[in-house]
Design a binder for this molecule. Structure first.
Ligand SMILES: Cc1cc2nc3c(=O)[nH]c(=O)nc-3n(C[C@H](O)[C@H](O)[C@H](O)COP(=O)(O)OP(=O)(O)OC[C@H]3O[C@@H](n4cnc5c(N)ncnc54)[C@H](O)[C@@H]3O)c2cc1C
Ligand code: FES
Length: 503
């Protein structure tokens, strides 16, 4: 019942499940990697290439969280990122970012070819476009910078989109793939020669050289926290990487554009296609940002996205709707590397700002070098220990103020005010016996009640209407209807609550 009511999106619904064991007992390897998203699986593969033994420990199944809920464009074109990086860090560092993204992209294509991974990869140009005069100059500036950085970019005034644009920037030799098939396939190359992949194994205890799950532990020279945001309070990243959520939809498409697209203007609409095994082509579109758990904003963004897709493209009905999250750093560059310059440090990677496929692969290249005692030149930009109070100041203050408000009030809904008033499929946060309680009535009529207080750091969760999960606005933890953790940084469930009496 409740568990099956949770929604996981198009990619998770269209990929077979790999069969990795659960961690049971105590083992020792060179490097322990927590989390099998794009960062974790790729880091494991890179370390195995270097002759290291690894244990990749995944709470659920490989590739099915942020990576498996993304639009999975594999591109070095990230909106208008290069001018932002040039302004904040200078041209040299913008160039390092370009080099890292192109290397990430080529590494993915190389891994697919070398290991024969069946993941529907297709070469596609990437486009960022504008239909508004106000953004044309910025787009032209991005064209100048990216050309100077040696990226495969060219400015145009036409695309094969079914509407006119004022300007568009095209990157050639980019790609799109099926993210769950890619990471499942890559994960399957890891076991053997002292290397392991464990699934359904949530890490609940950690030290810099040891992690533990309910049924086992892994001792290692170093621990890589590839958990999207480092777990708990590791490195303090929860104070300098901020979550946003975005709706994603999939619908059959009859008129198929050639490229992958993203608008400059907000809400930022993103589009790519996917051809399934039956030869049917789907549009995968995302757009509109909101704080996790803000039900009203989620509804608004979803309606806007569906309206945009339906207005411009000949599609069938929307068949899949889901929500994905990502974290942005305070200064627009991801955090990658050692979490601290003193002893007792973890290897971490976060803050990809919705561009984690190429960034996550580049991060894995850095982490694999650091874990084996080598330095990496991209750290001049990405170093996870950097402090940039000036570059990140305003964003930091704004996000911190929002987090403080969620610690106090969250998205407490006033209506309905009692469990009895909850209709089937409806959810609310309400005070029951003085406790903030998250209550959902499932489609069979049963009530599911859990504490609304996030066990990470105490913010109040909000209702994700699309996926039917409880999501935390502060640092992005997600919980199912029974309070079990779906996504960290929390590692403990929402406490159970009894609501057998009407509130
Ligand atoms: C709407 C949207 C669209 C996007 N589209 C794109 C795109 O087209 N191209 C692009 O480049 N980027 C895109 N992104 C960004 C991209 O999805 C992310 O940046 C990237 O997937 C992050 O990868 P990750 O490995 O850090 O996290 P994840 O893929 O979430 O992997 C982390 C893993 O750690 C596991 N884990 C967590 N806690 C524990 C624990 N305690 N024990 C064990 N395992 C644990 C999780 O289960 C998960 O599998 C998009 C983001 C959004 C929000
Ligand atoms: S994720 Fe940090 S308080 Fe909820």
């Amino acid at each position: 019942m409740a568990k099956t009511e949770q929604n996981d999106g198009y990619w998770n619904a269209t990929a077979a499940s790999p069969n990795f064991p659960t961690l049971a007992g105590d083992i020792e390897v060179d490097i322990a990697i927590v989390g099998a998203g794009i960062v974790g699986v790729t880091t494991a593969r890179m370390l195995k290439n270097k002759g290291q033994t690894v244990a990749l420990i995944e709470a659920g199944r490989p590739g099915r969280q942020a990576t498996g809920k993304s639009t999975a464009k594999v591109t070095s074109q990230h909106g208008l990122t290069y001018q932002v990086l040039e302004q904040k860090f200078g041209r040299h560092c913008a160039g390092l970012y370009a080099e890292a993204q192109e290397s990430g992209l080529r590494t993915i294509l190389g891994l697919i070819a070398r290991h024969g991974i069946d993941c529907d990869v297709e070469a596609r140009p990437a486009w960022v476009y504008t239909c508004e005069e106000a953004h044309v100059a910025a787009l032209e500036k991005e064209a100048d910078i990216t050309r100077l950085l040696g990226l495969p970019s060219s400015l145009s005034h036409t695309t094969d989109l079914p509407f006119d644009v004022l300007a568009a920037l095209r990157f050639d030799q980019q790609a799109q793939l099926h993210p769950v098939k890619y990471l499942s396939g890559l994960a399957q190359t890891i076991p053997g020669e002292g290397c392991h992949v464990f699934q359904n194994s949530r890490v609940t205890g950690w030290e810099p050289t040891r992690v533990e799950t309910a049924q086992g532990s892994v001792k290692a020279r170093h621990v890589v926290m590839a958990t999207h945001l480092p777990l708990g309070t590791v490195g303090g990243y929860y104070t300098r990487a901020f979550p946003h959520a975005e709706p994603v939809i999939a619908a059959r498409l009859s008129q198929v554009p050639d490229g992958m697209y993203v608008s400059v203007e907000q809400p930022r609409h993103s589009l790519r296609t996917h051809r399934n095994a039956a030869g049917e082509v789907y549009a995968i579109a995302s757009g509109g940002r909101f704080k996790p758990g803000d039900t009203e904003q989620e509804r608004h963004c979803m309606q806007d996205l569906e309206h945009w897709l339906g207005t411009h493209f000949a599609t069938g009905p929307v068949e899949h709707r889901w929500i994905n999250e990502d974290y942005a750093s305070v200064d627009s560059a991801p955090y990658v590397g050692w979490s601290s310059s003193i002893g007792g440090s973890y290897l971490v990677a976060t803050g990809f700002a919705a561009w984690g496929i190429s960034n996550g692969t580049a991060a894995a290249m850095i982490l694999a070098d650091l874990a084996t005692g080598q330095d990496h030149r991209w750290l001049e930009l990405f170093d996870a220990k950097r402090v940039k109070p000036v570059a990140g100041g305003r964003e930091f203050l704004k996000e911190s103020a929002e987090i403080a408000s969620h610690l106090v009030g969250g998205y407490l809904s006033r209506k309905p005010g009692s469990c009895e008033e909850l209709a089937s499929g409806e959810a609310a946060i309400m005070k029951i016996d003085g406790h903030n309680t998250a209550v959902y009535r499932d489609t069979g009529g049963a009530l599911h009640a859990v504490s609304a207080v996030c066990p990470h750091l105490g913010c109040l969760v909000g209702w994700n209407e699309t996926d039917r999960t409880w999501d935390c606005p502060c640092h992005g933890s997600r919980f199912d209807l029974n309070g079990e953790v779906i996504h960290g940084p929390a590692t403990q469930p929402l406490a159970g609550r009894h609501v057998d009496k009407p509130a």
